[in-house]
Design a protein around this ligand. Structure first.
Ligand SMILES: [Zn+2]
Length: 326
């Protein structure tokens, strides 16, 4: 990925996160992007207190910094004392005013059209081709306020909505029929000291082909990355690489129970238990992107807890040679 593109991806990430991000929490591959954003003054440094440092292990606590034999250490209440690199303690936030200014100039929005803050993290930054332009930190903020934003006292028909790309995969465009959704990092690129609107024609052919989702092995796709579960959703459920690896191994055993150890070894995974790979974190509960794989695990995998054995549920439907019906 070219450096400017990485910088734009990082700008989107920082906008999504909001607030200040520690330098060490920025993906290693995007550190060069940070340099570019600093040069452009697209990011602002956060407060820096050399007496306290945030823990690099748990990321939860801050602890006092002290010196042993010339090296700086931090005392995390949970993780104990360890050597700390204070340069990693610098933190940065995206300068939303910079972002708004540059987006407006990329869209040639005249100066007399004012910027309005509509909600926390949602702004109307102007008008483009006679339609309102909204910027939001996250698409979820737009969805939460959609009724008011698009059909309220000031209706905004067919708006342009600019947000960073979604954090998870979305099976469909949530604004379809209401507004045009632009992913910030795809639609705008860094150009000189500012941003440029990427022309629509350039998109054709650049979108990556999605892996095929049709059922090939029973309800699973060719690569096991999709599983069809009509009792859960009409759309196939997307599995992570680890989840797909587990199902691929179980599929090979055709319902013959195996120990967790065997399955995990054959799937080249390091966890002890299958469930580790499917567990839904508290923050993701209720999100079909995460609940779908868990549902697949619960409905398709037979667990014998006493013996610690696992197998794929064998029903004629699952092993239907035609594969497509379940
Ligand atoms: Zn800690």
């Amino acid at each position: 990925m070219p450096a400017n593109k990485k910088a734009m991806a990082l700008a989107s990430l920082l906008l999504t996160r909001g607030g200040y991000s520690y330098e060490r929490s920025i993906p290693k591959t995007q550190v060069n992007g940070l340099k570019i954003l600093i040069e452009l003054k697209a990011v602002v440094p956060g407060p820096f207190d050399s007496r306290y440092a945030s823990c690099s292990f748990c990321g939860l606590h801050r602890g006092p910094v002290f010196r042993i034999d010339g090296a700086m250490h931090v005392q995390c209440p949970d993780c104990g004392p360890y050597k700390v690199d204070l340069s990693e303690q610098r933190n940065w936030a995206i300068d939303t005013e910079w972002m708004i200014r540059k987006l407006r100039s990329a869209l040639n929005i005249p100066a007399h059209i004012a910027v309005q803050k509509l909600y926390e993290g949602v702004w109307q930054i102007g008008v483009y081709k006679k339609r309102a332009v909204l910027l939001a930190q996250r698409i979820e903020l737009v969805m939460t306020h959609a009724l008011h934003l698009f059909h309220g006292a000031t209706p905004r028909p067919d708006s342009w909505v600019i947000t960073p790309g979604p954090l998870g995969k979305m099976s469909s465009d949530p604004l379809s029929g209401t507004a045009t959704w632009w992913h910030l990092e795809d639609r705008f690129s860094i150009h000189g000291q500012g941003l440029r609107l990427v022309s629509l024609e350039n998109d054709v052919g650049t979108t990556l082909a999605e892996p095929k989702s049709e059922p090939v092995h029973g309800p699973f796709s060719e690569t096991f990355e999709w599983v069809h579960l009509p009792s859960f959703s009409n759309e196939p459920v997307r599995l992570s690489a680890a989840q797909a690896a587990i199902f691929r191994v179980l599929w090979r055993y055709k319902g013959q129970p195996q120990s967790a150890e065997t399955i995990m070894r054959k799937a080249h995974l390091s966890s002890d238990k299958l469930i580790d790979v499917f567990k839904v974190k508290a923050a993701n509960r209720g999100d079909p992107l995460y609940e779908g794989p868990m549902y697949a695990y619960q409905t398709l995998v037979i667990r014998n807890r006493r013996l610690g054995m696992y197998s794929l549920e064998i029903t004629p439907a699952i092993f239907d040679p035609l594969g497509s019906k379940i």
